[in-house]
Design a protein around this ligand. Structure first.
Ligand code: 13P
Length: 212
């Protein structure tokens, strides 16, 4: 399947899970010349592969539909991290609620380690669609595969479209669980050693031993 169609399917899969409210949220994928990204004001119901915008990481595209207003956010992360391939930005409910507290997702659950460290940081608030947001987000996501964006939402990346969808769903679930725990009391945070053990174990997690 073409990268363009995979982007359309990824955007639709996020919408089907109520993770895109209206036209909020956008997705991109790295290419040899830069990236493919959803157009601004995207509608999951009518999005087609020919509406996907091809552009370089400096903001040049051949015309036609305008790229997402957050293209610089995507470009900054693609530029900073060679491991970033598929990028998802959403305003999903629980990630956004936590981001509106201007708080990171701390090590309240070992699954936080899936995002590359012992927290998911929250980039400070600046206006959406600005180069300043791109710089702050690239800084907050450094060494991780996700970060929150204060008073805005979240962004995450992965090596495949399926993994990027899964990462967005898992981050949203962890934010929901953290907010539930906060509402019920004061969650115990895991220690650095406990998180280091979880991170080390993730290196072997989910692999079936060879039977031969
Ligand atoms: P676009 O419609 O331009 O992609 O912007 C939506 C959004 O989420 C802004 O942060």
């Amino acid at each position: 399947m073409s990268l363009r169609q995979q982007l359309v399917d990824l955007y639709r899969a996020l919408a089907a899970r109520d993770m895109l409210i209206g036209s909020s949220g956008n997705v991109s994928v790295r290419t040899a010349f830069g990236m493919l990204i959803t157009p601004t004001g995207c509608d999951a119901a009518t999005l087609t592969d020919d509406q996907i915008v091809a552009m370089d990481l400096d903001g040049r595209w051949p015309g036609g539909l305008q790229p997402s207003s957050e293209w610089e956010l995507h470009a900054a992360i693609l530029r900073a991290d060679p491991n970033a391939v598929w990028i998802v930005h959403t305003h999903s409910d629980h990630a956004t609620a936590l981001a509106c507290l201007n708080r990171p997702l701390p090590a309240f659950h070992y699954n936080v380690a899936e995002f590359g460290g012992d927290d998911v940081r929250c980039a400070p608030y600046v206006t959406f669609g600005t180069p300043e947001l791109a710089v702050l987000a690239a800084r907050a996501i450094a060494g991780r595969s996700a970060c929150l964006l204060a008073n805005h939402g979240m962004i995450c990346h992965a090596a495949t479209a399926g993994a990027a969808l899964s990462a967005a769903i898992r981050l949203e679930a962890l934010c929901r669980q953290y907010l539930l725990a906060l509402a019920a009391g004061r969650p115990r945070l895991l220690t650095r050693d406990e998180m280091d053990d979880a991170i080390a174990r993730y290196g072997r997690y989910g692999q079936q031993e060879s039977m031969t």
